[in-house]
Design a protein around this ligand. Structure first.
Ligand code: NAD
Length: 252
């Protein structure tokens, strides 16, 4: 099945990581006919990542999702260029492998600002365009750590931020359903990207796999396919949902 996002303008935050989930989504969305916008902290890296996907129907913009004005400027640049914004993937995130008593106020703000505040600010930036055009889809990258608590690379404040995203996602789904705007989340398990890559020893992998029924770690394409489902009309009657993409991990 191809062309699921034909001519849809899709903004992916945190999409510049070369092995990241956002970049995999950018590739898949582009294959499905989308105009893909990578919105990340560094303009050159965003542009490079976009050009790496394709020289056509791609754009890189600078966007710090923790800064409301930066989100608004990025959304405006996209709308000025293409005239509409159809899909937003709130995917920017950072991890800090800390325990509860180690978290400083700065740590708390850094992690919750990117995932949770960033989701709010970026959604606020695109929603006026989606409301005006009477439709859109927002997909939020939460995490299995929202459901299980903790994780190897996250930390309690990361779990809290990712759980907060699920609540915000449901609240926005209720508020904007009447505007034909769907808001959903994915909750990935352990996915091999730059956040996790190179940091897992063989011993850690063996131990982790005992808790994953599908007996493998995830890859970025596994998550990208979930984004595609939730961003496209394949999920036309789904809103306020969270799609687990974790090999069965959170059943334990
Ligand atoms: P990644 O490091 O490739 O992606 C994170 C991206 O977010 C980076 O490109 C980074 O530059 C960007 N970013 C950080 N702060 C930002 C800001 N203020 N504004 C805009 N962009 C910012 O790693 P990834 O694993 O692809 O992570 C993507 C998302 O998936 C994150 O939200 C992460 O928490 C989530 N996630 C990852 C895993 C995993 O195992 N890799 C599991 C569950 C959820």
């Amino acid at each position: 099945m191809k062309g699921l996002l034909e001519n849809k303008v899709c903004i992916i935050t945190g999409g510049a990581g070369p092995r990241g989930i956002g970049k995999a989504a950018a590739r898949l969305f582009h294959e499905h006919g989308a105009i893909v916008v990578i919105a990340d902290l560094d303009l050159d890296k965003s542009r490079e990542a976009a050009a790496d996907v394709s020289s056509e129907r791609t754009m890189g913009v600078v966007c710090d999702v923790t800064d409301k004005a930066s989100c608004e400027a990025a959304a405006k640049a996209v709308a000025d260029q293409y005239g509409h914004i159809d899909v937003l993937i709130n995917n920017a995130g950072i991890t800090q492998p800390l325990k509860t008593m180690e978290i400083t106020p700065e740590n708390y703000e850094q992690v919750t600002d990117v995932s949770l505040r960033g989701m709010l600010y970026m959604s606020q930036a695109v929603l006026p365009y989606m409301v005006e055009q009477k439709g859109g889809a927002i997909v939020n990258t939460s995490s299995v750590s929202a459901q299980r608590g903790g994780g190897i690379f996250g930390g309690p404040h990361y779990s809290a931020a990712k759980a907060g995203m699920l609540g915000l996602s449901k609240a926005m789904a209720r508020e904007f359903g009447a505007h034909n705007i769907r808001v959903n989340s994915v909750t990935p398990g352990l996915i091999q990207t730059d956040i996790t890559g190179g940091k897992l020893t063989d011993e850690m992998k063996t131990q982790i796999l005992t808790g994953i029924p599908l007996n493998r770690l995830g890859d970025a394409d596994d998550v990208a396919r979930g984004f595609l489902f939730l961003a496209s009309e394949l999920s036309s009657y789904t809103t306020g949902a969270a799609l687990d993409i974790n090999g069965g991990m959170h059943m334990y």
